[in-house]
Design a protein around this ligand. Structure first.
Ligand code: 4AD
Ligand code: MG
Length: 430
C-alpha cells in the first residue's frame, strides 16, 4: 500500500492509504479517538472507532502523546467540516517513537520560552505557514528574475571591506588578516552587472546591529538586483513591479497559509502599481504636518516610516535623500548636489523599509573623493574603482530584506518569526 502525503489525500478518496507523521493533537470520547496527524504538508483528522480496530490498536491510539511519530493506515473519507475536506477512518496505528513531555503544549507560551525552543516551535501550524510563505516568496523572486533575463551571480560572504558603513561590521580573523562578514553583496553585484548586464545576488548578510527592534536581525537574507544603464527611475519601476509579482504569487499559492495566520488579505490584494513616489523633502513635510519634528537632513527612522506609511494604502517610495545620511557609492542628484539618487521602499501598515536602493556613482574621481570623505581606505576599493575605469556606465540596483518582506506579507509583529533560526543581538542559540 502506497504511503501518501496529506496534501495529496484528495486523490485517494475511498481508498486505503498509509500516512506517516507526528501527533499534533488528540481528543477522545468513549468509543472514539480523534488524532490530528501532521506530516509537514498538512494536518488531517484520523478517526479511530473502537468497533473498527483491534483492542490494542484502540488503546494505543487513546494513549498517544503529543508529537509522537506514528504510522496510520485507513480509508480516505470526505468530511465537509474539515478545513481540508477529508478525514481518515483508521484501521491501524503504529507507534514509531513515543514523545515524552513535549514542552510546547497547545496553551499560550511566552516569547522567550518559544525562542529557546525554536527547534520545536517550528512544528506549530503557524510557524509552518510562515516558512511556507517564506519559501513561496523566495521561489517567486528567483522566478521573477529568471523570467526577466537576470542572471544569478552570488557574491562572497567573507570580504575585505565595508559596503554599508563600518559601524555594523562583524570582524573575523582570516589567516592573520582582518576579514568581515558581508553586509551586502552590492559592490560585487556591480562588477557582475558590468559583465552580464542584469544580475541579482541572493544570500545571507550580516550586521552587528546593536538595536533591539522588531525589524532588525544580525543575520538576514538579502536579494540584490543590479542593472547596467538603469537610472533611479528605472530602479523604482523595477522595485514596484518586483513587489507586485511576489505579493501576487503569495496570494495565488498560499491562501491556506494566509488563513492560518489570519492575515487580512484585502490589504495584500490592494498592492497594485503604481506606488506613490515622494521625495525625501515631501516626506519631511508629511512628518511635520503629522506632529513629528524631524528636520530636513535628519534620518527617517522606524517611527517616521510608520507615520508616512499610514498616509498610503500601498508601499510608498521615498527618493532623493540628503547625501550626508546615505552610503558613499550613491550618485548625487545633478539638479541638487545635496541629494543622493537613493530610494527606500516603505511597506504599508507600519512595516517600515523593505527595500533600499540607488543609482550608483559612475565617475572615477568623484567616487575616490566620496570614499576618502567617509574615512574608508581607498586601497580596499581599488578593484571596485576599476569598474569606473573600463567602460563605466550609469547603473542602479537595490536590496530587499527577505525577512522584512515575509514579515509584512504574513502580517507578523516581529521579524524573529520570519527566519527558521533567528540571530539577534541577544540570541545565538538554537
Ligand atoms: O538599505 P540597505 O542597508 O541597503 C543595502 O545594503 C544596499 N547595499 C542594497 C543595494 O542597493 N544593493 O539594506 C537593504 C534592505 C533593507 O531595506 C531591509 O529590508 C534589509 O535590507 N535590512 C535588514 N533586514 C533585517 N535586519 C536588518 N538588520 C536589516 N538591515 C537591512
Ligand atoms: Mg536602508
Amino acid at each position: 500500500m502506497a504511503r501518501v502525503y496529506i496534501k495529496h489525500i484528495g486523490e485517494h478518496l475511498g481508498k486505503q492509504v498509509v500516512l506517516k507523521g507526528w501527533l499534533y493533537n488528540k481528543r477522545s470520547s468513549g468509543k472514539l479517538v480523534f488524532l490530528q496527524l501532521r506530516d509537514g504538508t498538512g494536518i488531517i483528522q484520523c478517526v479511530v472507532f473502537k468497533g473498527d480496530v483491534k483492542e490494542e490498536v484502540f488503546n494505543l491510539a487513546d494513549s498517544l502523546t503529543q508529537e509522537s511519530s506514528i504510522e496510520i493506515t485507513g480509508i480516505v473519507k470526505e468530511d465537509k467540516r474539515s478545513p481540508i475536506g477529508f478525514e481518515i477512518g483508521v484501521s491501524d496505528v503504529k507507534l514509531l517513537h513515543a514523545s515524552k513531555d513535549y514542552p510546547i503544549s497547545p496553551k499560550e507560551h511566552g516569547t522567550a520560552f518559544l525562542m529557546d525552543n525554536r527547534h520545536l516551535w517550528l512544528r506549530s501550524s503557524r510557524q509552518v505557514a510562515i516558512l511556507k510563505i517564506r519559501d513561496e516568496i523566495i521561489f517567486s523572486i528567483r522566478e521573477y528574475f529568471k523570467n526577466n533575463d537576470f542572471t544569478l551571480v552570488d557574491s562572497p560572504i567573507l570580504t575585505p571591506a565595508a559596503c554599508e558603513g563600518t559601524s555594523t561590521l562583524f570582524e573575523t580573523d582570516y589567516f592573520g588578516e582582518k576579514a568581515f562578514l558581508s553586509q551586502s553583496g552590492q559592490l560585487y553585484g556591480e562588477a557582475s552587472a558590468m559583465a552580464l548586464g542584469k544580475i541579482y545576488c541572493f544570500g545571507p548578510t550580516f550586521r552587528a546591529e546593536k538595536s533591539k527592534t522588531r525589524r532588525h536581525l544580525t543575520e538576514f537574507w538579502m536579494v540584490e538586483p543590479e542593472v547596467a544603464f538603469n537610472t533611479l527611475d528605472d530602479d523604482m519601476d523595477l522595485a514596484e513591479d518586483f513587489i507586485c509579482y511576489i505579493v501576487g504569487k503569495v496570494l495565488k499559492n498560499c491562501q491556506a497559509e494566509l488563513k492560518t495566520l489570519e492575515r487580512d488579505i484585502s490589504k495584500l490584494e490592494n498592492i497594485k502599481k503604481p506606488f506613490p513616489r515622494i521625495s525625501y523633502t515631501e516626506a519631511i513635510e508629511i512628518l511635520n504636518k503629522n506632529g513629528n519634528p524631524t528636520e530636513w537632513g535628519g534620518d527617517i527612522g522606524g517611527d517616521e516610516e510608520t507615520i508616512i506609511s499610514q498616509q498610503f494604502d500601498r508601499p510608498v517610495m521615498i527618493h532623493r535623500y540628503p547625501a550626508a545620511i546615505k552610503a558613499f557609492y550613491m550618485k548625487r542628484d545633478p539638479k541638487d548636489p545635496r541629494l543622493a539618487l537613493a530610494v527606500d521602499v516603505i511597506g504599508p501598515e507600519g512595516y517600515g523599509e523593505i527595500i533600499g536602493g540607488s543609482e550608483r556613482e559612475e565617475d572615477y574621481d568623484t567616487l575616490v573623493t566620496r570614499i576618502k570623505e567617509q574615512g574608508l581606505p581607498p586601497e580596499a576599493f581599488d578593484w571596485y574603482l576599476d569598474l569606473r575605469k573600463y567602460g563605466s556606465v550609469p547603473h542602479s540596483g537595490f536590496g530587499m530584506g527577505i525577512e522584512r518582506m515575509v514579515s509584512w506579507v504574513c502580517g507578523l509583529h516581529h521579524v524573529r518569526e520570519t527566519i527558521p533560526f533567528p540571530r539577534l543581538m541577544d540570541r545565538l542559540k538554537p
